[in-house]
Design a protein around this ligand. Structure first.
Ligand SMILES: NC(=O)c1ccc[n+]([C@@H]2O[C@H](COP(=O)([O-])OP(=O)(O)OC[C@H]3O[C@@H](n4cnc5c(N)ncnc54)[C@H](O)[C@@H]3O)[C@@H](O)[C@H]2O)c1
Ligand SMILES: O=C(O)[C@H](O)COP(=O)(O)O
Length: 526
């Protein structure tokens, strides 16, 4: 039975799902050294933001197949190292969207009305109404940086509260922003005009310290900043200084450069600074959502099925996956076949996506083709996660073309591999939407389902060849299950595809190529 380590607090709903297929150990608060010591026993690791999954941890996790992040941000996981080692990294992109958006809105209102400090003062026994005069958000300008899932929900609620919305997000269109009720502006204008600024962007090299002494100086003295996205987007010392000096009116932070927050100037500020301990996703509803979402994906991957929200398999979202699933198998089979026909070291793989496959959505088929191509060399070590990297490291160039006009089948895939021993090609399609058929080998039309053991010959189309080959195979006790010849012109060159019941015994290929008229022969195992 597989083993899963859960190293951060996860809702029981997720543990119950994992327990259907694995032994689950919940060990939270592990020190990095201890995690490194034990991770080698586990097939899967489930985390939140508390566990840092570094290169060292991943390399010690020799059995790891999947790392599941019960939440959105995977910045605590060394994704490139996981990818290189073929470990799927999954998250829950939407499970805590509402929780995080509501926390940002709560922070905005709490900051405007000094709720945390007013509450603390009443609890201390005071009744001080004058120190807590607030500001209304109605008719104020909210600047939203990052108009993705969380930013969009914040926009919808803020609009209903009567706020004017500005947004900065270089990756979304003006039309989309307008649909959400936001005016898309550049960052400088947003900084200059906003009364409230809320951050909903990932932490990237571009967004690190986006809020710093220079950008803070552009803001209005009554501006208030909310960060429920990621620590490090704000330069904390510069923010503390700006708030202390009254250059801006305040800030509310849920996330910090280093968590848990250590000694910090931020702690010394009064009611103009609200700090929460990374609570954005901490609602009962969000924790159930993310736990179920990620546990289901871990379960699927442990059962050999693909994950729906893998962050390191490009383009393989749930909708695409559902549509492409049968074609992924086709691509893998063709990749494996053409790799064996080409033999030697493959240097170039041409992938032609034809008919209905000639859409941008079909990109994962290129990865699946590479996975098949590399299978003979890497066996179980190659998967959808690391196939592209492994191919690149082996110097395999990939050329991807699309031909929507190919009409023989609804969709078909053509692979051509060029290697040190020559060039070979195969084409395949699905019959009845799921049965794989080879429809072409080296330019010769055939129509056969692939089987585990196959023999292909290139020969002259002339009387007697089939009989001679049959007798030869018979003399080696090889049973033929099916056989088909593909040719372009009568008595020209032809291809023969045979399905055989067992692997071809050693030495027989050389005998086959001695049969007059047979130019070449290839045996493959699929
Ligand atoms: N505090 C919490 O507990 C909590 C909970 C959930 C999510 N988060 C964080 O909130 C952030 C947003 O999450 P989401 O689910 O909305 O993500 P998302 O991917 O849906 O949206 C992010 C948006 O940021 C935009 N963006 C990227 N780079 C940008 C840049 N340089 N400038 C401006 N915009 C840029 C993207 O185009 C996208 O629209 C993430 O950092 C996530 O980790 C925090
Ligand atoms: O990226 C996220 O999903 C949030 O930061 C939530 O983090 P958490 O799961 O540790 O609460």
């Amino acid at each position: 039975m597989s083993k899963v380590l859960v190293s951060d607090p996860i809702d029981q709903a997720g543990i119950d799902i994992l327990s259907q297929v694995a032994t689950v150990d919940v060990k939270t608060g592990l020190k990095p050294d201890r995690l490194k010591e034990i991770i080698g026993e586990y097939d899967a690791l489930m985390i939140r933001s508390g566990t840092r999954v570094t290169q060292e941890i991943i390399e010690a996790g020799t059995q790891l197949k999947i790392i599941g992040r019960a939440g959105v941000g995977v910045d605590n996981v060394d994704v490139p190292t996981a990818t290189r080692r073929g470990i799927v990294v999954v998250n829950s992109p939407e499970g805590n969207t509402i929780a995080a958006a509501e926390h940002a809105l709560a922070m905005m209102l709490a900051l405007s009305r000094h709720i945390p400090d007013a509450n603390a003062s009443v609890k201390r026994g005071a009744w001080d109404r004058n120190s807590f005069i607030g500001a209304e958000v109605y008719k104020k300008t909210l600047g939203i940086v990052g108009l993705g899932k969380i930013g969009s929900h914040v926009a919808a609620v803020a609009k209903a509260m009567g706020m004017k919305l500005l947004a900065y997000d270089p990756f979304i269109s003006t039309e989309r922003a307008e649909q959400i009720g936001c005016q898309l502006v550049d960052l400088d204008l947003l900084f200059q005009q906003a009364d409230y600024i809320t951050l909903h962007i990932p932490k990237t090299p571009e967004t690190t310290h986006l809020i710093n002494a220079v950008t803070l100086a552009k803001m209005k003295p009554n501006a208030r900043i909310i960060n429920c996205a990621r620590g490090g987007i704000i330069e904390e010392t510069a923010l503390a200084a700006a708030v202390k000096a009254g250059k801006i009116a305040g800030a509310a932070l849920d996330v910090f450069e280093s968590e848990p927050l250590g000694e910090s100037d931020l702690r010394s500020l009064g009611k103009e600074m609200i700090l929460t301990p990374h609570l954005g996703a901490s609602t009962t509803e969000a924790q159930v959502n993310v736990a179920i979402d990620v546990a289901e994906q871990i379960r699927d991957v442990l059962l050999g099925l693909p994950a729906r929200s893998a962050v390191n398999i490009p383009g393989l979202g749930p909708d695409v996956l559902e549509e492409l699933k049968p074609y992924m198998q086709l691509a893998e089979t063709l990749g494996n076949l053409v790799g064996q026909l080409a033999g030697g070291r493959v240097e170039l793989l041409n992938v032609r996506l034809q008919g209905e496959l000639a859409t941008n959505k079909s990109q994962p088929l290129v990865v699946a083709s590479l996975k098949g191509l590399l299978y003979q060399a890497l066996r179980e070590r190659v998967n959808y996660v690391n196939a592209s990297i492994e191919a690149k490291e082996r110097g395999i160039r990939v050329i991807e073309t699309r031909d929507a006009s190919a009409r023989d089948y609804a969709g078909s895939l053509h692979l051509e591999a060029t290697g040190t021993l020559g060039t070979h090609s195969v084409t395949g399609a699905l019959l009845g939407d799921k049965e794989i058929h080879l429809t072409d080998v080296d330019g010769f039309p055939i129509n056969v389902p692939p089987s585990k053991y196959m023999l292909f010959t290139l020969h002259r189309d002339m009387p007697g060849i089939i009989g001679k080959l049959g007798s030869l195979l018979g003399s080696f006790n090889v049973n033929i299950a099916s056989m088909q010849v593909g040719r372009k012109i009568v008595r020209g060159d032809a291809v023969m595809a045979l399905s055989i019941d067992d692997p071809l015994p050693d030495g027989i290929l050389a005998e086959i190529t001695k049969v007059p008229g047979i130019r070449d022969a290839f045996t493959v195992t699929l």
